[in-house]
Design a protein around this ligand. Structure first.
Ligand code: GLA
Length: 777
């Protein structure tokens, strides 16, 4: 609900209020963002200022009572006394950078309008409302349009801005943020997520008492270095308690989030396009739109923020025919065979996949041009007939005949210099003519700031995807950008390249997803180098990391879960030793972790033991049975010492699935309880673990404590015994109330500690995990 009264504006969601007012001088004073409140007459929310302190700038001669440096503001320019992170920066025709934006008008609108030049959130529920505020720069007459969108049910407010050059001279826009939030105290903790290739989404908490914390990407993508999702919370905020803000950006290019505390102990948070290497030249009448910033508040800690962000992303970001559809279990060829593929080997793998219950077979890299390694052929999107004598269509038909859907890998934004495309169009690659180019994965980035290049790729990709009965596309992007330069743009527009590039990517994504509305698109950028709300406007799921190690994945998926729902996180079970870490983890744990995302397999099933194949078959059958809950249920993290503890709960709260997994085993810590969250406290649940059998080899020479004869470890006798004698694992089977599972937890069977092994004991070595199923009685 939007409340407007005497220059006061309040945006109310179900549980939050965001308020600002027009000051006597015309600037917008930010008043409040937090738990839902009533405005009253607003006077208690207004900051009281009788004088501007020494060595500050008084705004003007009529208002010597305050300085902009000490005000909470909705937006700020630069040069009128506010010396913090500006919202907007320009270089005017006269060389000045000073702007002073003051109120013109404001209007409410029903519904949620789309942005014109970028992907944006949407609303079909007809519950969203917008407030559009216009401000005019007193010096040059530039117009600033601030758009606030209110999503009541999810407790989310989004913001974006449009700068319109209403002057009669050109202007260079050097910064336009999406969101600015000034809070009237300091000492907040910024939670941000950092990493790199195969180590995405590590959580960091930084207290900002003074100065500035910046979370920004310079890679040309939203990046695995710094995901654009951040949280800002009161110190001591936990999973379930404490005031916590969440911010994200519907943008996939270079982004910037700064949290700054000034000497008046006020905190300013800005989010938007990274102003480094950014400038847009705007002729009179031209405008520039900033991406949409998403914000939420919860007094229920990090989980409160996640509980707002997850349904928001599911309902107002992800769209298209796969939005609510259960995603297929896929088998991907990459870790099974890398570039070494052929029609016959792929079909062998697909057939194995079919036998264990896979639904979709994906041919990864290596299928086109002379693509035998990563040094060549990107750009040449015709099938390699040595590997695929019957082309993509022939292979696809045979895969379909096995009863599987067929998917394909593409990397449309890239080119190798050793390709026909580069030889024909060297000027289409992003590079500075006559200068050395810095390569990444032996490839270059196509100049998507040039519309002709995007047009060409639309054609190429339509041909590829239309060439066969393709049901799934994995869209990769394997390097970060260097040597930013478009040979299409004049020299005074080179700072526009990064933004125009990502707009080109969006145009290609839009064209392809519209042309093939039934195809399931999965985003990928060497794993999670472009995991953001911009891509999720086109692709309902993203390959979260090239790291498939279950232990690493725990941390990576846990990181994503703060801001993104698990229906967006694609996760695969792979072979052991793991290809990224050489770590060995139980197959059961690899499945347990991957099942909390969109499950796939990425391993050479043809080389697997019969026992493992049987386990995989059972895993896939189980996943299919509970897939809806796993993919679209509400996800919870439960804080739990050295264990990771997750659970998902169906929307009707009748079914829940929980998981515990530990890293290194701690000896003599036998007691453990399993706690879930989000259940119906009044319901009674049947709580069960999966039945389990152990291979006696897992106990090494401890077999001799039970065997009537001496068994030499790994001897023939040991192996024969292992084949025929399986040991029963513990059972957990209880009838319990939802409230007891949540508030106390289920006390589990004791874990193994060297003595007393029986089927009443939880065998729980390094990286062991358990899945628990809770169904309403
Ligand atoms: C990237 C992806 C992988 C795989 C390879 C193929 O690294 O993240 O999953 O598709 O490219 O080259």
């Amino acid at each position: 609900m939007i409340e407007i009264r005497d220059g006061f504006y309040a945006l109310h969601t179900l549980h939050t209020t965001y308020a600002f007012r027009v000051m006597e001088t015309g600037q917008l004073e930010h008043l409040y963002y937090g738990r839902k409140i009533s405005l009253g007459d607003g006077s208690s929310l207004v900051e009281k200022h009788a004088f501007a302190p020494g060595n500050t700038i008084a705004y003007d001669q009529e208002h010597l009572n305050f300085t902009l440096e000490d005000m909470c503001l909705e937006v700020s320019g630069y040069g009128k006394g506010d010396i913090r992170e500006p919202f907007v920066e320009v270089i005017c025709d006269n060389g000045s950078s000073t702007t002073d934006f003051v109120f013109v008008d404001a209007a409410e609108k029903k519904g949620k309008a789309a942005l014109e030049t970028l992907p944006s959130t949407y609303d079909v529920s007809k519950e969203a409302e917008q407030l559009v505020v216009h401000l005019r720069d007193k010096n040059e007459g530039f117009l600033l349009e601030l758009v606030y969108s209110v999503f009541p049910k999810e407790d989310v407010i989004t913001r974006s801005a449009k700068f319109i050059n209403k002057s009669d001279k050109p202007v260079r826009l050097t910064r336009l943020m999406s969101m600015q939030l000034d809070l009237n105290r300091s000492g907040y903790v910024v939670t941000s997520f950092h990493g790199g290739w195969t180590k995405e989404m590590n959580r960091y908490d930084t207290t900002v008492n003074i100065g500035k914390f910046v979370n920004a990407s310079y890679t040309g993508s939203s990046s695995n270095r710094c995901n654009p999702f951040i949280m800002v919370s009161e110190p001591d905020t936990s999973e379930t308690m404490g005031d916590c803000y969440g911010f994200n950006l519907v943008y996939s290019g270079n982004h910037y989030e700064a949290v700054e505390v000034n000497s008046f102990e006020k905190t300013r948070i800005v989010t938007g396009i990274n102003p480094t290497n950014f400038a847009f030249l705007l002729a009179p009448g031209e405008s520039f739109e900033s991406p949409e910033a998403v914000m939420t508040f919860s007094h229920e800690g990090f989980s409160g923020v996640s509980a707002h962000m997850h349904p928001f992303v599911r309902e107002h970001v992800v769209r298209g025919s796969w939005q609510h559809k259960e995603r297929p279990v896929l088998l991907n060829s990459w870790e099974a065979s890398y570039f070494d593929i052929s029609e016959s080997s792929l079909l062998r793998l697909a057939k194995m996949g079919k036998d264990v219950g896979v639904e979709l077979f994906v041919m990864d890299d290596g299928w086109f041009g002379e693509r035998n390694n990563d040094t060549r052929a990107l750009g040449d999107w015709t099938p390699n007939t040595k590997k695929l004598p019957n082309g993509v269509a022939g292979l696809c038909k045979k895969v379909n005949d096995l009863g599987l859907a067929f998917g394909i890998w593409i990397e449309p934004e890239m080119v190798n210099t050793d390709s026909d495309l580069y030889r024909a169009h060297p000027e289409w690659s992003m590079e500075i003519p006559g200068k050395d180019h810095s390569e990444g994965r032996n490839q270059r980035v196509l100049d998507f700031a040039n519309p002709a290049v995007v047009d060409h790729m639309i054609e190429q990709m339509k041909q590829v995807i239309g060439s066969a009965n393709i049901a799934y596309v994995k869209w990769d992007m394997n390097r970060i950008i260097s040597d930013y330069y478009s040979q299409y743009l004049p020299k005074d527009r080179q700072q526009e390249v990064a933004h125009r590039y990502i707009q080109g990517v969006y145009r290609l994504a839009k064209e392809l997803t519209q042309a093939f509305p039934e195809v399931l698109f999965e985003g990928c950028a060497a794993g999670g180098n472009r995991f953001d709300l911009g891509m999720l406007c086109y692709f309902p799921q993203i390959w979260a990391s090239d790291n498939t190690d279950a232990v690493c994945r725990l941390n990576i998926q846990n990181g994503y879960s703060y801001g993104y729902p698990m229906s967006c996180v694609s996760a695969h079970v792979s072979a052991c030793p793991n290809h990224q870490t050489l770590r060995v983890t139980p197959l059961e744990s690899r499945f347990a972790v991957a099942s909390f995302g969109v499950l796939g397999y990425e391993c050479n099933l043809c080389d697997m033991s019969k026992e493992d194949l049987e386990s995989i078959k059972a895993q896939i059958a189980l996943y299919k049975e509970y897939r809806k809950v796993w993919q679209f249920g509400d996800f919870y993290r439960v804080e739990s010492g050295n264990h990771y503890q997750w659970n998902v709960v169906s929307q009707d709260k009748k079914t829940a699935i929980g998981m515990i997994m530990q890293r290194e085993v701690q000896p003599n810590t036998m007691f453990k309880k399993y706690q879930a969250r989000g259940l119906d406290p009044a319901k009674t649940y049947h709580f069960v673990g999966l039945p389990r059998k152990y291979n006696i080899k897992e106990f090494g020479d401890l077999v001799n404590t039970a065997a009537p004869i001496h068994v030499k470890p790994d001897s023939l006798v040991h192996n024969v015994l292992a084949k025929f004698v399986k040991m029963d694992g513990e059972t957990e089977d209880y009838l319990c109330s939802g409230d007891s599972i949540m508030y106390d937890g289920v006390k589990l069977k004791q874990s193994f500690v060297g003595t007393g092994y029986s089927d009443e004991v939880r065998h729980f070595p390094d990286y062991a995990s358990r899945l628990y199923f809770m169904t309403e009685e």
